[in-house]
Design a protein around this ligand. Structure first.
Ligand code: SF4
Length: 340
């Protein structure tokens, strides 16, 4: 179905619901698409006769796999709209389908506008799930202007070739040494900033919604973030008590890493505590006054993008290595969740 600027393919899912004879379904959309929820509910009700329960909690990404507790309210099937799945992450709890919301925005104009800003001739092309269907168009525009497009698969966490996630830039990293610069198609700073921090290559972000190109703005933002990270690391140097933050969302869990961190801290006579949360917020951590530093093993963006909300330093596992003198600042890397 076409719904204010997006193409959302419900057909196959409606067929599945009919075939499996599901009676109660949960529907989950990210904030940016929530205003379209009721129209989708109306369509699903009409086509399937099912009870549709809207999940109003935030949905930040494909990592947010449906929770077993939904069974308590009779949910048999979950529809997640607006994200692609994380291929190597099944859901043993409740059958779940991810339906991408493809943007119907024309990207040709902004890609042509980006050409004068590109560095070199070998261009890595990356985008988000919303624009992934436009990659061939980008490739053809670049080819006509004698640029070579290089597009790569990501690791097992990434659904489509050329796609990046806020926590995984493997489709960019795999080609970083073969490209002169990256062209990112999409809106906001979240993805291109992560791409810049992780690949350390020039990134040109072409936003088809605002019709703007960002390059220097991203470099400035990167410098600000790196200054903040340096400060967070410096502020954690004398920490004695650490909180190791664990994400309850299945796609954010790195259990081997939490044990490794605890062992590493223990070997240096540092005390640490495991603290788990579903949705992270600084308020939830305020009571743990004796913790000097939090290490987030959950979504890597919590420490980076939400840093200013936290009263105590919140750092990534890689930054902890710098705090503990196991890695040099010069070898700083952007934390990612990789599934090789
Ligand atoms: S872990 Fe973070 S960046 Fe990755 S999909 Fe989840 S919310 Fe997005």
């Amino acid at each position: 179905m076409k719904i204010s600027g997006y193409l959302i393919d419900l057909e196959k899912t409606i067929e599945t619901i009919r075939k499996k004879k599901y009676k109660t379904i949960a529907l989950h959309l990210p904030e940016g698409l929530k205003s379209r929820t009721l129209k989708i509910v109306d369509t699903l009700e009409k086509e399937t006769n099912c009870i549709i329960i809207v999940l109003a909690d935030p949905c930040f990404g494909a990592c947010d796999i449906a929770n077993y507790e939904l069974k308590n309210i009779g949910v048999e099937f979950v529809i997640k709209i607006g994200h692609t799945s994380i291929p190597n992450l099944g859901n043993d709890f409740i059958p779940t389908v991810f339906i991408n919301a493809l943007s119907s925005k024309n990207i040709s104009h902004i890609v042509k506008k980006s050409l004068v800003h590109l560095e070199g001739t070998r261009i890595g092309v990356v985008t988000t799930a919303q624009h992934i269907h436009t990659i061939k168009i980008v490739e053809s525009i670049l080819k006509k202007q004698n640029f070579e497009s290089i597009i790569s698969d990501g690791d097992k966490r990434v659904y489509k070739k050329g796609q990046i996630l806020g926590c995984n830039f493997s489709s960019g990293l795999k080609i970083a040494d073969r490209v002169d610069s990256f062209l990112f198609i999409g809106s906001g700073n979240f993805h291109p900033l992560g791409l810049l921090l992780s690949t350390k290559k020039p990134v040109i972000a072409a936003d088809p919604y605002s019709n703007t190109i960002k390059k220097q703005e991203l470099i400035d933002l990167k410098d600000t973030i790196l200054r903040q990270r340096y400060g967070a690391i410096a502020n954690s140097k004398n920490a004695k008590n650490f909180g190791i933050l664990i994400g309850i969302k299945r796609g954010q869990q790195r259990l081997e890493l939490i044990y490794k961190i605890k062992d590493m801290l223990k070997s240096l006579n540092k005390k640490s505590y495991y603290i788990a949360m579903d949705n992270f917020s600084s308020i939830k951590l305020q009571s743990y006054r004796n913790i000097d530093c939090f290490v987030s093993t959950s979504c890597p963006r919590i420490a980076i993008d939400d840093y200013l909300q936290y009263k105590k330093p919140i750092i990534t596992p890689i930054e902890l290595e710098i705090v503990l003198n196991k890695r040099k600042w010069e070898d700083y890397q952007f934390d990612q969740i990789n599934n090789d």
